[in-house]
Design a binder for this molecule. Structure first.
Ligand code: IDP
Ligand code: MG
Length: 148
């Protein structure tokens, strides 16, 4: 499998619960290396643009309101098959349906406030990474040993 990059976001509910460290730790211990991290309060325009694919969905307005309700943590994660691996670590969109041991199962409260975002395809990951991070803000470094 090839090394990929994917966009991860710790949503406002995750930041408010004080679990930034625990979320990042799950990525690191499972082989996803953070190569860019930034905290940001999204503007309405930024959130609408990011979720433009969901514009026609009934939950779009509420989703934009939620995503702009407090700061988020934006991250680029890198690793073998990073896009699918991140989705696995996150769990299903609806925390009630998320598998044991996933971030959404352990920390999320409802289908909207589901703690994390992750790109859903390699193609979308490229678009989403560049939506928030110019190449110059992405770092390259080697892990000397994997965190356990
Ligand atoms: P994903 O985040 O697992 O990829 P998507 O279907 O892409 O899920 O939806 C994007 C986000 O929109 C979800 O993470 C969640 O915050 C919100 N969302 C999705 N479906 C619903 C819903 O039925 N009601 C309310 N919010 C929803
Ligand atoms: Mg999605």
């Amino acid at each position: 499998m090839a090394s990929e990059r994917t966009l991860s976001i710790i949503k406002p509910d995750g930041v408010e619960k004080g679990i930034i460290g625990r979320v990042v730790s799950r990525f690191e211990t499972q082989g996803l290396k953070p190569i860019a991290i930034r905290m940001k309060l999204l503007s309405r325009t930024e959130a609408e643009g990011f979720y433009a694919v969901h514009k026609a969905r009934p939950f779009f307005g509420d989703l934009v309101k939620f995503m702009t309700s407090g700061p988020v943590v934006l991250m680029v994660l890198e690793g073998e098959g990073a896009v699918a691996k991140n989705r696995e670590i996150m769990g299903a969109t609806d925390p009630k349906k998320a598998a044991e041991g996933t971030i959404r199962k352990d920390f999320a409260t409802d289908i909207e406030k589901n703690t994390v975002h992750g790109s859903d395809s390699v193609e979308n990951a490229k678009v989403e990474v560049s939506y928030f991070f110019p190449e110059i803000d992405i770092q390259q470094y080697e892990w000397k040993k994997l965190a356990k």
